[in-house]
Design a protein around this ligand. Sequence first.
Ligand SMILES: CC(=O)N[C@H]1[C@@H](OP(=O)(O)OP(=O)(O)OC[C@H]2O[C@@H](n3ccc(=O)[nH]c3=O)[C@H](O)[C@@H]2O)O[C@H](CO)[C@@H](O)[C@@H]1O
Ligand SMILES: C=C(OP(=O)(O)O)C(=O)O
Length: 430
Amino acid sequence: MKYIQMEYSGPLNGKAHIAGAKNSSLALLAAAALADDIVTLEGIPRIDDVRVIAAIGQDIGMDVNQEEGHIVMDPRWIHSAEIDPRKASSYRASYYFAGALLSKFGKVTIGYPGGDNFVARPIDQHLKVFQALGARVEIFNDYYTVEAAELRGADIYFDTITSGATINAMLAAVRAKGRTILRNAAVDPEVVDTAAFLNRLGARIYGAGTDSIRIEGVPYLNGGKHTVIPDRLIAGSFLMAAGVNGGEVTVTDVIPEHLGACLAKLEEIGMEVERGENYITAYGTGSIKATRVRTGMYPGFATDLQQPMTALLLQAKGKSIITDRVFPKRFAHVPQLRRLGAEIELRKESAFIRGGMPLRGGWAHATDVRAGTCLLLAGLAAEGSTYITGVEHIERGYEDVIGSFQAIGAKLSMRELDARELPGRMPVQR
Ligand SMILES: CC(=O)N[C@H]1[C@@H](OP(=O)(O)OP(=O)(O)OC[C@H]2O[C@@H](n3ccc(=O)[nH]c3=O)[C@H](O)[C@@H]2O)O[C@H](CO)[C@@H](O)[C@@H]1O
Ligand SMILES: C=C(OP(=O)(O)O)C(=O)O
């Protein structure tokens, strides 16, 4: 079993190049199945979820070749719309194959989404979209099927703002007959990126980035080339790292506008932030202020930055409160932080953080990708050695977690657990 060993790292200084966004890449890779010719995607990160998609591609007859910096996909010979339930359940965004293959073949059989299992994550809005477009959904034990003799455009009002279902609706409706309108749609950059990609292939999607998206169905999608947007969530985490012990961290190849709420919060707690055209530098003074954070859908403060922000606020003297409105129970990182000496109380959908208390090294388990980021930031500040297990979760989101943190001066390395020489006490995983 792999684990990460970290030491107190002092002020960080350095640059981190930001790879393509995981959440956008997962949508674009499934969207590529919709095309009728070869697609090249640039900037797709080398992460575990992408490897699962390549394996799914192989199963259904879609060639997926990842080369240095880009992926080439050939969807012309897809011969099956049945996705292995185990592969579908090994990551969250497999549901995009439901929208894409339904759209192209009128039928799909697929397992339930897996991925970060921090709370119940319903897919009722995805299914509602398929049904609104005229499909029949059947639910079985470990898979579901969606089938339609013909998909017809529809007027769909989302009951809640969801980026996943908004993207899936675009995938499902892009080849449907007539016009589809999505109301109360998510406005996330990943929604806009997916629409831009599909439009490049010949789709007719209008208004992505607003809460009302219009899709005029087309019968055919060309091949083409597209570059995925940079990962705003990884960028935000690196900038937060500059606040933990002070220092200066620059993230390059980013779109600063995508990080509006995060940067505003960093400034509010006393960090300085410099925004360039495609870079951001965060300066930590070593002294940050306690604050209140409420997550929200984009352009609000991202739920995926809530966990690293918790680690950062452990360094702010006084009481901070973090409320997660998107996933109100997303606090699996809190018991793990307590192992490192953090004083955090959980009440309803909020974490009450008593900041400014010393952290001490120990074992902690990353239960999901952002819980992992949170522990990495906490480990930077903890006295002694911190050992983080659950590396497979971290690697769902990071291309080279060790290399990129080392590049900004963090002291950490990847280790293999040798049961005969356990450093400290192994945690009971929860
Ligand atoms: C692969 C991917 O892109 N994952 C991201 C995506 O997840 P995911 O697409 O699962 O999240 P959504 O944007 O759909 O979820 C937003 C809210 O809508 C609710 N909801 C969603 C779908 C549904 O059918 N019914 C429903 O009630 C969810 O419980 C949540 O409260 O957006 C989340 C919110 O920004 C991020 O944390 C995830 O990193
Ligand atoms: C929750 C996340 O991922 P997923 O939706 O893929 O599980 C995340 O990226 O923080």
